[in-house]
Design a protein around this ligand. Structure first.
Ligand SMILES: *Cc1c(COP(=O)(O)O)cnc(C)c1O
Length: 379
């Protein structure tokens, strides 16, 4: 039996251990420390934002960002439906109510048409959404110009979930630099990792200073422990920031490697009847975090689930495209705005499949994946 082939596993470059050793040698084995400060500066420089705040996860960053945007009890916010639950869970846990926005077929990301419908409906009902959460799915930017034009018209701030899109650009500008707040994730399955971690980004230095205060237990400036409000304990450890610094240096290479993985799948499978690939609009340069395909049951003679099972029998991991939030039991009562009357995200879930896409995927393993997919297609 072959060794398990993962969808996306950590890919160390070798230098990480030196940074970790430095943390040990200097006894900075604590949350905060010189690696954390440096990692924040390096991430801000990479994203092109004025400030950054290293946190314990992307989810922690979403929580702090929501607290900063004053989204709370009973407030409505808009969020892309086709995403991972962490895009909205922290905001719902603060008491806010999501309305879910469909994807557009050209990018698989938030449909500006559906977003506009949602704003119009909210206006009619006298509701003012407190924020719009956009998600750069599988490492691809949203249609920023159109989305921001709409959000500016209605005065809603944007929270950019760039957890999957570190290193990807929109019209040449780094994702993670568009929202009032944005965040990256360094979870073990992302394009670079600290084993677990996140980075909150913004051009608003004062806001990041306040986020820093909130994420460090909201301690007042006093010789004793004094609190006039409540915060969180969400900071990143100095040891993990060291891993992140070494990983960040590798980012351009990792993007190139993931794009090459995509390229090989595309070359091998795109002419097969019934197989489609996540498109890349001309304004996008995706990091191709995951290669996502669609399998049309009629013209392909198989299904995404059958391919997933065939790969699974050979110890290869694959996953359906994210199950959209409007189809999740926990959000069954949420409002949903489809794209021009079509349930695009629902269809992508029905037919979509993510293939092993790690930057450390060997050509042999990728060939095995391709062969199995082809075998399924030939029935
Ligand atoms: C991974 C991910 C998150 C959460 O990041 P964590 O660091 O795992 O908390 C949020 N949104 C999306 C789209 C993600 O893929």
């Amino acid at each position: 039996m072959r060794e398990r082939v993962y969808l996306s596993s950590p890919h160390l470059g070798g230098e990480e251990i030196n940074y970790v050793k430095e943390a040990f040698d200097t006894n900075w084995v604590a949350p905060l420390g010189p690696h954390v400060d440096a990692f924040e500066r390096e991430c801000a420089a990479r994203a092109g934002t004025r400030a950054a705040l290293a946190l314990s996860s992307g989810t922690a960053a979403a929580t702090i960002a929501s607290a900063m945007m004053n989204i709370g009890n009973g407030d409505t916010f808009f969020c892309s439906s086709l995403t991972f639950v962490a895009s909205l869970a922290p905001i719902v846990q603060l008491g806010a109510v999501p309305a879910l926005i469909d994807s557009e077929p050209g990018s698989w990301n938030m449909s500006p048409d559906a977003l506009l419908d949602a704003f119009k409906a909210a206006e009619k009902n006298g509701v003012t959404p407190r924020a719009v959460v956009i998600v750069n799915l599988y490492g691809q930017a949203c249609d920023m110009d159109r989305i921001f034009e709409i959000c500016e018209t209605y005065g809603a701030p944007v929270l950019e979930d760039a957890a999957e899109s570190l290193g990807a650009t929109y019209k040449g500008k780094q994702t993670g630099s568009f929202g009032k707040f944005a965040y990256y994730s360094f979870n073990g399955n992302k394009i670079i990792t600290t084993s677990g971690g996140g980075m909150l980004l913004s051009d608003d230095e004062e806001a990041i200073a306040r986020a820093r205060f909130l994420s460090t237990q909201a301690r007042d400036k006093a010789p004793w422990y004094q609190h006039t409000e409540l915060g969180y304990n969400f900071r990143m450890s100095n040891v993990l920031a060291g891993i992140g610094r070494a990983q960040l240096k590798l980012l351009p290479q990792r993007v190139a490697e993931r794009r090459a993985v995509f390229g090989r799948y595309f070359e091998a499978l795109s002419r097969e009847p019934g197989i489609g690939f996540m498109p890349e609009p001309e304004w996008s340069r995706s990091n191709r975090w995951l290669t996502a395909i669609t399998v049309d049951p009629e013209s392909s003679g198989t299904t995404n689930m059958k391919i997933m099972e065939a790969l699974g029998r050979e110890n290869i991991e694959s996953r359906p495209v994210w199950k959209p939030m409007h189809l999740q039991p926990v959000f069954e009562r949420a409002r949903y705005y489809p794209h021009i009357g079509r349930d695009v995200s629902g269809r992508l879930f029905e037919n979509g499949l993510c293939l092993p896409s790690g930057s450390n995927l060997s050509p042999e393993d990728q060939n095995a994946v391709i062969d199995i997919v082809r075998r399924e297609l030939r029935g």
